[in-house]
Design a protein around this ligand. Sequence first.
Ligand SMILES: *Cc1c(COP(=O)(O)O)cnc(C)c1O
Length: 817
Amino acid sequence: MTELTAPKSSITSSEFADELREQLKYTQGVTVEQATAADVYVAAATAVRRHLMDSWMTTQQDMINGNTKAVGYLSAEFLMGKQLRNALLNAGLTEQFDEAVESLGFDVQDVVDAEYEPGLGNGGLGRLAACFIDSLASLGVPAFGYGIQYKYGIFRQEFDEDGKQVERPDYWLSNEDPWGHIDYGRSQRVNFGGEVVEENGKRVWKPAWAVRAVPVDYMVPGYASGRVNTLRLWQAKSYDEFDLLAFNKSEYMKAVEPQVKAENISKILYPEDSTEVGKELRLEQQYFFTCASIHDAIRVFYPGQDKPDLTTFPDKITFQLNDTHPVIGIPELMRVLIDEYGYDWDTAWTITNKTFNYTCHTLLPEALEVWSAKLIGKLLPRHLEIIKKINEQFMAELTGLTDDAEKIERMRIVTDGKEPAVRMAYLATYAGSHVNGVAELHSQLLKDVTLRDFSDLYDKKFTNVTNGVTPRRFIKLANPRLSNLITEGLGTDKWLEDLDMLEGLVPLAQDDEFVKKFAQVKMDNKIGFSNFAKRNFNIDVDPNTMYNTMIKRLHEYKRQSLKILELIADYADVKAGKLDIDKVTPRTVIFGAKAAPGYYLAKMTIQLINNVAKVVNNDPDIKGKLNVVFVPNYNIRVAQHLIPATELDEQISQAGKEASGTSNMKFALNGALTVGTLDGANVEIRARVGADNFFLFGMTVDEVEAMYANGYDPRKYYESDPRLKGAIDMVASGVFSNGDEDTYEPLVHDWLNKDWFMTLADFTAYHDVQSQIETLYGDQLEWNRKALLNVANSGYFSSDRSIEDYLERIWKTGPMA
Ligand SMILES: *Cc1c(COP(=O)(O)O)cnc(C)c1O
């Protein structure tokens, strides 16, 4: 007997169909006959929102009336993915929806496809925030996600005929957004600029301009918890939208200037910051959403109170700073407490210190955000005063802790010198209660390298919380076939709430019949992806080849170059008669990656991959056995289709550079085998799934460090491995640029003269592991057995477990009563 515990609403399919008809008629004003699939999507979204409404309201009531501390997750990015399927799952309406839509004469896939995916994030960091708020709701913990509703999210990626990336604006809000509720009545004022003056012995900020932060609320339904939390994204509006006088003088542009200036703040995700104005806009964004969120939390938790007792604030909410983007919230809370509510410095400091915690997502010291003090002073003069005072207090405190004057100097929050700057990571580390890295290796390196001085003196602040992913979206929704098989194998679907239960599959990996069922699921998913790629991108993918996938932002440290050079080397070997194409395992290498618009070498790598695809896929000597596919516009939707179909995934970053990675977790949970380095969470994945079930290669962190210390010379590797030399020479000779030898010159030059991430040094080891991969793949039963063991042993990588770790180690709170 299979025990089914998934939420299921008691309404019938025909009742749900009636609700859709009613929405179509009374909200949208169309008959079923006139309706398009997009209309039905909006009707379904509105209907499912109604079903969640009671839980949303009681959750908010219970949060305010109860005594459970809430979590405020402050993040510049929330990469949510499509909402409809997730909302239906949590409302228990999946079957009713499918049947109702069909009964109205629509294709379910068309209706689901009508939803446009918002791109309010860049990659892993934004997706992590989305997984975390899902888990918070599913665990019944009161929480807010706080961020920005960018009008244009991350660009939509296209390729031109030369294979180059073209960035198109992402007009997601020009489609209907039935999920977001704009709440003008709960707007917040956000001030900027001006000066600070002395009045009655007090410092008083006289701002020069202000914008209106308008909240747009999204439901965050929990799975089987009966709870619905809120994601509150702020939109920037102008207080003086329109200069009628100017307009009447026919000065039309001048008339809308204030509006444009204000609205620019929430216009785009990560505006280019190579210019001074670009930097200013980013700081405006950061202050905009943290200021609005702090004021919002005070409004929510002290309703109607003019003189609230804010010494209780840290008992009401704890703010998690997702990277340094929201760190300006620290001096903002100090300012609010001192200037607006009259607390003395020490009381304000105690409250602030208890309220904030900081997650660091990088290891590169140069990647930690630093703002020029001049810029902060221009936009936020009072905050600069407060930051300087925090720095003075910090310096005094340090003198009591160490005699090492150089160390104290290195730790300054505000640097000395002609152009003082504010180090946001240091401010967060000092001012907050805890700092965490996002995988064990990363947290260790944070303590040993990046924030070493701090960990020497404030060791107790440091902790680790290994990242995770939500099993609802990344197993249940992305991979229904595997979900059914897991439920069959375990005799219950309870694993969706307790992912450690996947361990119950371990014995089934010894049952050949079960392994064969697992293999069939994988094959069906491969066919599914092939259809998806054909329908959406007109790309042909042959399901009778190994699906070998590398999807992640394009960055040198992630080393897409290593993958493509290995493939080129194989191609060169076939062309030179050194490799018999009939002995090669048929493979399709699938890439998905966006490159930052200003990142020259990353964009060139995309161009190279696309042109390798063109040449290799069309060369008759290859007999269709090596295929390269670059899926455009990598996003959550692509991830959900591709990950369940993947057999081998690439996690090949230079050791010590990937803080955690989360796609590695998604792949393991969907039964792909990983080829990877000892980096980020790979280390923990390998330890759990077993060294026999993971293809390891490459230098370790220590070896990388030693090589930097001894001087790294990529040419040595180029000269000593003829396959590597052949591959690079082939790129340089113009095989992938219609004979033009200059096209990839900057890339080739970098490989041979710099290669900062040591792609060449790891090349031979990477090649050597390929024969292990091919041998195992030749034995499909064994391959699938190992893949199934990856699923069975990866339950730890649920974001529910990450959130439980945060609750215990940092937030000290839990589910609502
Ligand atoms: C999971 C995910 C990421 C993070 O991928 P990494 O390989 O861990 O860097 C980025 N983008 C999307 C769309 C994702 O789903």
